[in-house]
Design a protein around this ligand. Structure first.
Ligand SMILES: Nc1nc2c(ncn2[C@@H]2O[C@H](COP(=O)(O)OP(=O)(O)OP(=O)(O)O)[C@@H](O)[C@H]2O)c(=O)[nH]1
Ligand SMILES: [Mg+2]
Length: 225
């Protein structure tokens, strides 16, 4: 009995969340703001990717960041140090962000002032994949030290993402990470996902990612009219 009730509650939460997510997506479309949900394990390089992206794009693109963490302002401080507005969400324990948590952070921003807003989700390869926050694109990072088998163990994140960034490529030669195997599994699981090989340390792949992102933002704005 109990477990049946639990599943029902979860379904209701997810459907409420999807409704709110759609509302947020509508607001982003109206303001022409490209909205990214950035997800990965703890330490995979989400903040490093943001810093590299900001350094290359902030002259041309009006950017803002919403940082999700269980605790601390560490990452939002790093973003502010790059001269970009950051809003911190502290979940106090929750291991993912949902649309209701993102909404108050959005309320502190005038969306029309931003071409690109990125939510750095809580470091977690599982729960964030389940929640629509109204994003235009879901971007996930997998870093080389985590291993190529993560796609087999946590398939949902790899299935729902629009972009897979393989980060810390500078570790590839000294690891047993099988890049071809990961790509072959990805081709079966989610063939439409765009894949970037990257190192936020050496800069490999960052320009290609920024070029793609700029094109996507321009297309989104055109669609928004
Ligand atoms: N060698 C190497 N180190 C990297 C790379 N990208 C990030 N790092 C390092 O990995 C560590 C974690 O990076 P962060 O960007 O803080 O990772 P994160 O995903 O934001 O972590 P949380 O917010 O704690 O979940 C830092 O010491 C970074 O300098 C990379 O491409 N290569
Ligand atoms: Mg971070």
């Amino acid at each position: 009995m109990d477990s049946v009730q639990l599943i029902k509650i979860k379904e209701e939460i997810l459907s409420d969340n999807t409704e709110l997510g759609n509302e947020i997506r509508g607001r982003m479309r109206a303001s022409g703001t490209f909205f990214i949900n950035l997800m990965a394990s703890p330490g995979a390089g989400k903040t490093s990717l943001l810093v590299q992206t900001i350094r290359r794009m902030k002259v041309d693109v009006r950017m803002g960041v919403i940082e999700g963490d269980i605790e601390s302002m560490v990452d939002s401080q790093k973003i502010q140090d790059e001269g970009v507005r950051a809003v911190q969400i502290e979940t106090g324990g929750a291991c993912h962000l949902d649309a209701a948590m993102v909404q108050p952070a959005l309320a502190t921003l005038n969306l029309a002032d931003y071409d690109l807003l990125v939510v750095e989700n809580i470091g977690n390869l599982v729960c964030p994949a389940e929640f629509d926050i109204g994003e235009t694109k879901k971007v996930m990072l997998l870093s080389i030290p985590e291993g190529h088998d993560k796609i087999l163990k946590y398939p949902l994140m790899f299935t729902v993402c629009d972009v897979l960034i393989i980060n810390k490529m500078d570790y590839l030669d000294s690891s047993d990470f099988d890049l071809q195997q990961l790509k072959a599994t990805m081709a079966k699981l989610n063939p439409k996902a765009r894949i970037f090989e990257m190192s936020c340390k050496t800069g490999q792949g960052v320009d290609a990612w920024c070029a793609w992102l700029k094109e996507e933002i321009a297309a989104w704005k055109q669609q928004a009219g």
